[in-house]
Design a protein around this ligand. Structure first.
Ligand code: ATP
Ligand code: MG
Length: 566
């Protein structure tokens, strides 16, 4: 391996892992470059928790001029699929990171891992066991009681080697034998109680086909895979803290390169489940439309919802890296996308639940062009032309027959400004036979055109958005909300977590109207619909009737929480 000198960048360590790495660099612990890895099991789509790990691992490589490998820990063929491998690569790239061609698979190391297992057998440190899974559990002991030794534990190395080779050759059925490390059945760390290294699984693997019918356990594969790749810092979540001594034990028996494992707290988000098993269940049970349903905490779901890579990276930065488990308020994530889109999303007008307005004193057939600002936060975003005419649509809830006090929208006799247009006064309304309001009548004041100079003379309290009827485009709008009603869906006592699903997490509005400029929108385009929130064009949006997903409302709950706490 090439020699490199690692340099500590100007930028300071921002978490305890950076500090460890900087110490290692200053102490010249490694002659090679800093090398981390992101090691997903391809058994599901990546979620926002993985994004934290991706930002951490790839971020370290960037910061210390090192490398971050992408390694698939594909040791369990019964749960793994190529679809997941592809989605994982897409998501890491989308987040803005690249593994520089170092795309590795634990399955590439199956032969080496097998050879090492034989080595352990020859050292008298592994044996073939025939206990059933139930017996194995029974023999294992508990946290407070030591385990019992397997009756197969004292086979000779020759016998073990012969049996292990025959396991590999396919002579035995699934589950009939395992290879176990021979360590210490009385160890206070249960991971040391003769852990299984290999199990028999007559199952095709998505990469190795039917070459193998024994597969290494994750614990046997993970540390050694890191070692093979010359990983310097093997960063993983806290539940692996108790596995570290075992990984170290394996590496010491084999006398191979020793990566430094460092544990950090996994990300937990309120109103969210993060376990891949639960996410898979939501998909399989049809509770959501798929892994990339915009309500899912998956990276593909967040992308479809309208999240940007920058907002997710910024979120990862803000939550930091800690040693202790905690739960992050999902409002912080929502605030990150709000902040980002506020700066860059083009403003547009859309009416989600339309109510027709007729401006009776506006000449029939007349069409006027008005100027609208694309983004007040971005002076380079410019303006656009919108058309105004006698008939318009406004939101149903911007008119009330009997308004409460402090209602600054439309009701008979009241005035509002139509955004970028005129002040109008409500003169009346019509109802159908069911009592539903069908049309609102108004008169406009020609002296109040926005931006005309005369406009400023007259002031009204409310400004509402609208879309002209003559050229309005039909659209479908999907209002997404949190998928769960409770902060900790997985932790509610005596209630099945699925019972906490929010039944109103998706509201489809099929008859919305939007500015005609939105007819040319492309999947993934992001907008602020004025007064309503941030929206993004769905990836399956038809060109004649676009579909918009609500990313997040304009309401900034996080800022309020922060204010309250300060
Ligand atoms: P599984 O139960 O299938 O192992 P997992 O969530 O551990 O699920 P992996 O594919 O093994 O998924 O995870 C890949 C990497 O992402 C690991 O290094 C893991 O530590 C990290 N990771 C997983 N979930 C989180 C999370 N919620 N927060 C931070 N990192 C996570
Ligand atoms: Mg895992």
């Amino acid at each position: 391996m090439e020699e490199t000198t690692n340099a500590v960048n100007e930028s300071k360590a921002t978490n305890f892992i950076h500090e460890i790495i900087e110490d290692d660099i200053n102490n010249k612990k490694y002659s090679t470059r800093i090398n981390t890895r992101f090691p997903p099991e391809p058994n599901g789509y990546l979620h926002i928790g993985h994004a934290k790990s991706i930002c951490l691992n790839f971020g370290i490589a960037e910061k210390y001029d090192g490398w971050c490998n992408l390694r698939f820990d594909d040791t369990n063929p019964s749960k793994e699929e190529v679809e997941y491998v592809e989605s994982i690569k897409e998501d890491v790239h989308w987040l803005g990171f690249d593994w520089g061609g170092r795309e590795y698979y634990a399955s590439d190391y199956f032969q080496q891992l097998y050879d090492w297992a034989e080595e352990l057998i020859k050292q008298g440190k592994a044996y073939v066991c025939e206990l059933t899974p139930e017996q194995m559990r029974e023999y294992r002991g508990t946290l407070t009681e030591p385990g019992k030794e397997s009756p197969y534990r004292n086979r000779t190395s020759e016998e073990n080697l012969d049996l292990f080779r025959r396991m590999k050759a396919g002579e035995f059925p699934d589950g009939s034998k395992t290879l176990r490390a021979k360590i210490d059945m009385a160890s206070p760390n249960v991971n040391f109680r003769d852990p299984i290294l290999y199990r028999i699984m007559h199952q095709e693997h998505h990469r190795t086909g039917d070459a193998w019918c024994i597969y290494p356990m994750y614990d046997w594969a993970h540390g050694q895979s890191d070692s093979i790749e010359n990983i310097t810092h093997s960063i993983c979540t806290l539940e692996f803290e108790n596995h570290r001594p075992l990984y170290d034990w394996f590496i010491n028996q084999l006398s191979i390169h020793h990566p430094q494992q460092i544990e950090f707290a996994r990300l937990n988000l309120s109103y969210t489940v993060m376990s891949k098993r639960k996410l898979l269940q939501l998909v399989n049970d049809g509770d959501v439309a798929g892994w990339d349903d915009p309500r899912m905490p998956t990276i593909s779901g967040l992308r479809r919802r309208g999240y940007t890579p920058e907002s997710i990276r910024n979120f990862a930065e803000k939550i930091g890296v800690a040693r202790r488990d905690n739960v992050i308020d999902v409002a912080l994530l929502e605030n990150c996308i709000r902040e980002d889109l506020n700066k860059r999303a083009l403003r547009r007008m859309a009416v989600l639940q339309p109510l027709k307005v007729v401006i009776d004193n506006y000449p029939e057939g007349q069409i006027e062009t008005l100027e609208a600002i694309n983004n007040p936060e971005d002076s380079t975003a410019g303006t656009r032309q919108i058309e105004f005419s006698r008939e318009l649509f406004i939101e149903q809830d911007d008119f009330m027959e009997i308004p409460p006090a402090q209602y600054y929208r439309l009701s008979v006799g009241k005035e509002v400004r139509l955004r970028y247009a005129y002040i109008v006064k409500c003169t009346g309304f019509e109802k159908d036979e069911n009592g539903n309001i069908t049309v609102v009548h108004c008169e406009y004041d020609p002296e109040t055109k926005s931006g005309s100079g005369t406009a400023s003379k007259k002031k009204v309290k409310g400004t509402i958005h609208w879309v002209a009827a003559h050229n309005a485009a039909h659209a479908e709008v999907r209002l997404y909300d949190r998928l769960f009603n409770v902060e900790d869906p997985a932790g509610v006592k005596d209630v099945d977590w699925k019972a906490t699903i929010n039944n109103n997490s998706l509201v489809v509005l099929p008859n919305s109207y939007v500015e005609p400029s939105l007819l040319t929108t492309q999947p993934g385009d992001k907008f602020q619909f004025e007064r309503l929130g941030y929206f993004c064009t769905d990836k399956e949006s038809p060109t004649d009737k676009p579909v918009f997903n609500r990313t997040v409302t304009l309401r900034d709950t996080w800022a309020k929480i922060e204010k309250k706490n300060n």
